[in-house]
Structures are given as C-alpha cells and as structure tokens.
Design a protein around this ligand. Sequence first.
Ligand SMILES: N[C@@H](CCC(=O)N[C@@H](CS)C(=O)NCC(=O)O)C(=O)O
Length: 291
Amino acid sequence: MTGSSEYVPPKVWTWNKGNGGRFANINRPIAGPTHDKELPVGKHPLQLYSLGTPNGQKVTILLEELLALGHSGAEYDAWLIKIGEGDQFGSGFVGVNPNSKIPALLDRSEPKPVRVFESGAILTYLAEKFGAFLPTDRAARAECFSWLFWQMGSAPFMGGGFGHFYAYAPVKIEYAIDRYAMETKRQLDVLDRRLAESEFVAGPDYTIADMAIFPWYGGMAKGWQYNAAEFLSVHEYKNVLRWADQLMARPAVKRGRMVNRMSGEPHEQLRERHDAGDFDTKTQDKLDAKG
Ligand SMILES: N[C@@H](CCC(=O)N[C@@H](CS)C(=O)NCC(=O)O)C(=O)O
C-alpha cells in the first residue's frame, strides 16, 4: 500500500481485498448475504440483533428505559451479532436489515412481524409504539427529531472519519486526521453550546435524542472512544461532560450499555440478554472480582 501523497487514482477503481485496514476482512463493495443462516428467535415480543457499539447501545438504553417505566411489551431478547466474523452477512440478518449493519429489530408482537433497521428508525418506532421519550407537542417533537437526525448525520464523520483515520487506518494520514479532528471538535462544540442552555439535548425532557447522542458524544467526552480524549482536549466540553454524567447515573443507561458488549471489563459485558435477571449475574461477577 502506498502513502496518500503518492497515490494516483486509476481510471477505474477495483477492490483491493487486503488494504490493511482494521475492518478490511468485512468491508465489501457489494451488498447481500454471503451465506445462509437463520436468526435465532427467543420468547419475547421484541427480537434485537445487535452488538454493544455506540449504535447498538442507543437501542438497548431505550429498551431498558421503557422497561423501567413499566412497559412490559418492551421485553426483548438481545442476540449477539459478531460483525468482525461476518454475522451481518447471514441471510437471516440481511432479511431484517438489507444494509447488513447492527442494530436490527424484529417486532413479533404485531399481527405481521415488523422489521426495523437504522438505529434512528428503531428509536422512533419504539418511542411511538410505547408513547414515551418522544414529545407530542409539535415544536418539541421537531426539536427532538432535529437532534436525532443531527446525530445520525454527524456521527459518521466522527466514527467513520476521525475514529477510522486516527485509530484504525494502517497509515496515519495527517490531512485526514486533521480534517476529521476539526469536524469532531466542531460537533462537540455544537453539542456543548446546546447543553449550556438546555438540561437535555431536545429541551427540559429526556428523549430518544439524548439516547442516540450519548453513546457517541458522551462516550467521546468520557474518553471511551478511540483513546482520543487528550488528543481532542475533551475536558473543554464541560456541558457535554455534565450531561454525560447525568445520563450515566441512570440505572437503565448503565444496563443498556452492558447489553451485547464484547469489550471492557468482564462485569460490564452482558453478551446476550434474554431476561431482566441476566444483569444480576453481572452484579455478582463484579462482587466476586472485588473479592
Ligand atoms: N446508520 C446506521 C449505522 C450502523 C452501523 O454502522 N453499524 C456498524 C457497527 S456500529 C456495523 O454493523 N458495521 C458492520 C459492517 O459495516 O459490516 C445506524 O445508525 O443503525
């Protein structure tokens, strides 16, 4: 592989399978399944096929918040999709999400099972289904959707742009890191200014916009993402930190962050969730680890 300054694009791009990037083994320029594999189905109305990345955590945080509010219809089975091993290209998964990315949801409580993909669509679907965490007043709802869509449009510059070139690319390209560090800091400042004037992102109430934004931008401010806290001087974003701490103190957020996680301390990882009691074993693991 040559450095970016020496690269002259050919007339027609061709797929270089071994480009050396961290995700080279799963990235492909074509869609569709690579193999036949049915998805497992559990006993609950909602079947979630996911992984505990920021995009996956948004949905498990909402599900845990709905259950905490007493919505028993939000009971769910959370199945692990190992994207590093290509599970997202199995025929069953592609049937639920033709875009082959986690998270994907199947609601089996409707007369005909409903599939939902794209985390923003899943959050909206569940908030509407249970009438929670989404304002009904038109102006407040518009503000909530504005921030929700802001997250959906902005985070790829942080993750696919900054995170990729700072942490995962096989070569450090100053131009790319510079461009995306600047954009990531600009986005953190957008959020910081908003949270200086408002307790939650969309206003005085906690909504799905907070749940979507927290795993990405709260995670960046708390130093969980890409080991880049010092590089991006995240201590500057005091309002983002205040809000992130406020969300982290919520038991449902703590639980939601554990589901389908494959990284972090063992007691923070609940690989699959099929029952509310599954979290208790993790609490026990933590106590055992402390001795
Ligand atoms: N816009 C999508 C993004 C989902 C996404 O990028 N998921 C990643 C993990 S965080 C994934 O499944 N990657 C697997 C792949 O690209 O093959 C959403 O918000 O649901």
